[in-house]
Ligand binder design. Structure first.
Ligand code: SF4
Ligand code: SF4
Ligand code: SF4
Length: 265
């Protein structure tokens, strides 16, 4: 913790970063704060406990609001760093504008998240093993399509269309969201039409989702949302040996669709 505080302080004092985005304690809550030379004492409030916040989503706004071109530091957990890599690939941010300040997660949080991030995931995939074992997903994959339909119908019947899953998702960044288009999702209908609402989101983040589980954590009615996204995440790893968020240079296999579109323009 002291090391992180010292690093942030020196980045700002030495002028290497114009500001640093971090999560700080605010009473019993945590909030994101942009630390600058003017409020450097906030460094002492930085929170590295198990509470998570969609800090990656705020990075683009902080970068856009800069008075000058100095980089913005940001304190990130391994999955959040992966999300920022995806945001760079989506051209939502430019990594040249960012100084990453890595933090590790506690063993407790790793167990709670069933997390394979950090180097473990990349190593496991390279060795052809690991693949994010998930017994519930394994069971679902081996069930019949009717059983899967019933499983998801039952869970999605509880959806109150609060958009919490979308709002918290670090790689869900479209300004105009298809989930708010009446011709995609009918207005005023609760629960939202199954499966289009949830399917549209899954398609939207396919190849970008970094399996952080923040969507599931945010869902007020305990829908196992991470399972849907983990299915796609795992398929990308298994079928394409592509790990969303692992490398800034590797292209998402779905990017060929964009290339075809560009060639057709
Ligand atoms: S998924 Fe959880 S444990 Fe893994 S990096 Fe993210 S916050 Fe940390
Ligand atoms: S796990 Fe959920 S919140 Fe995290 S990136 Fe994937 S879809 Fe978004
Ligand atoms: S967070 Fe849960 S209840 Fe809210 S829209 Fe998403 S799935 Fe539905």
């Amino acid at each position: 913790m002291d090391e992180i505080r010292e690093k942030i302080t020196s980045l700002i004092k030495d002028g290497k970063a114009g500001s640093v985005l971090a999560i700080v304690k605010n009473g019993i809550n945590v909030i994101p704060v942009q630390i600058t030379a003017q409020n450097l004492d906030e460094v002492s409030n930085i929170c590295l406990d198990e509470r998570r916040y969609p800090i990656e989503k705020m990075l683009a706004s902080v970068i856009d609001a800069r008075d000058d071109s100095s980089p913005v530091g940001v304190v990130l957990r391994p999955c959040e760093k992966a999300a920022v890599i995806e945001l760079h690939k989506l051209q939502h941010i430019n990594m040249d504008d960012v100084i990453l300040i890595d933090i590790d997660c506690s063993k407790e949080l790793r167990d709670k998240c069933a997390c394979d991030w950090k180097d473990d995931l990349v190593v496991k995939v390279k060795e052809g093993k690991g693949f994010l074992k998930d017994e519930t997903l394994d069971t679902l994959e081996s069930s019949t399509s009717r059983e899967r339909w019933e499983f998801w119908s039952k869970h999605f019947a509880r959806c109150i269309k609060c958009y919490g899953c979308r709002n918290v998702c670090p790689v869900c960044i479209c300004k105009a969201c298809c989930l708010e288009e009446a011709d995609v999702v009918e207005k005023g209908e609760l629960p939202p039409e199954f499966p289009i609402f949830h399917l549209a989101r899954a398609v939207d983040v396919a190849g970008r989702c970094i399996d952080c589980g923040k969507c599931e954590e945010a869902c007020p009615v305990d829908i196992p949302l991470r399972l849907i996204h983990k299915k796609v995440f795992r398929d990308f790893i298994r079928d394409f040996k592509y790990i969303p968020g692992a490398s800034i240079d590797e292209k998402c296999p779905l990017d060929f669709i964009e290339s075809i579109k560009e060639e057709g323009d």
